[in-house]
Design a protein. Structure first.
Length: 240
């Protein structure tokens, strides 16, 4: 059980937040709605209980989707910012002409690489930082197919447009990444990773067209499931 939990309303959607941070609860108060709390959608733990044994590794603050940790880092403020961005991503309608794709953005040298989020859960953000890589924690991201850019979500309460990064590569999981794929297969796999909100249900043809345009302009990199495969790809792109 979370010490604090509340339901907020954003863009007509109800989101349940759990946290041990009273400051976050106070910040979210303007969006609170009178709904019973249920399964927590997003959770922020800023001060986790530490093991009693001195030799045990220290437990870091964590951001969770449901009960699954998405990220563990020393900087709780960084995770709070990520949570507020994820709330926006989960509730905002997708602008026409853009795709919302499952994945996390890694920024390096001013460009973005869209990678499968689950692969990053056991990767040290500090280690990535030493390689000049910034992790924009999240589970989905907007992709502007026309300009071939990712559009970073802004935190809840901020009205400025999201920052754009040129999309240098985008990766998808595949059990056999060495097996060649066709553009048609790439489009089908991409559509399986596209978030479809209620307003897009009737626009399947438009989604297919956008997906095909992205694949035509940039083929995906396929990566096997798991941490080691991701590490191999990161080394190939950024070095050790």
């Amino acid at each position: 059980m979370w010490p604090h939990s509340l339901v907020i309303g954003v863009h007509g959607s109800a989101v349940t937040i759990g946290t041990d941070d009273p400051g976050l609860v106070g910040f979210l108060e303007p969006w609170r709605i009178d709904e019973p709390t249920s399964i927590v959608d997003f959770g922020l733990e800023t001060a986790p209980a530490q093991p009693t044994e001195r030799s045990a590794p220290r437990i870091l603050p964590s951001l969770k989707h449901g009960s699954e940790p998405i990220a563990r880092v020393e900087d709780a403020a960084f995770l709070r910012d990520a949570l507020l961005r994820m709330v926006v991503a989960a509730t905002s309608p997708v602008p026409r002409g853009l795709l919302r794709v499952n994945g996390t953005v890694l920024e390096s040298s001013g460009v973005g690489h869209l990678v499968p989020e689950p692969n990053l859960r056991t990767v040290s953000h500090r280690a990535l930082g030493r390689r000049g890589i910034t992790v924009h924690v999240g589970q989905t991201v907007l992709v502007d197919v026309e300009t071939r850019e990712v559009v970073l979500d802004v935190p809840l309460g901020i009205d400025t447009p999201g920052r754009r990064l040129a999309l240098a590569s985008w990766w998808m999981n595949h059990r056999e990444p060495a097996i060649p794929t066709t553009p048609t297969e790439d489009v089908a796999r991409l559509l399986g990773n596209v978030v479809i909100d209620a307003e897009l249900v009737a626009e399947q043809a438009s989604l297919c067209s956008l997906a095909a345009r992205l694949v035509t302009s940039m083929r995906p990199r396929y990566v096997a499931f798991g941490r080691q495969s991701l590490e191999n790809e990161l080394t190939a792109l950024f070095g050790r």
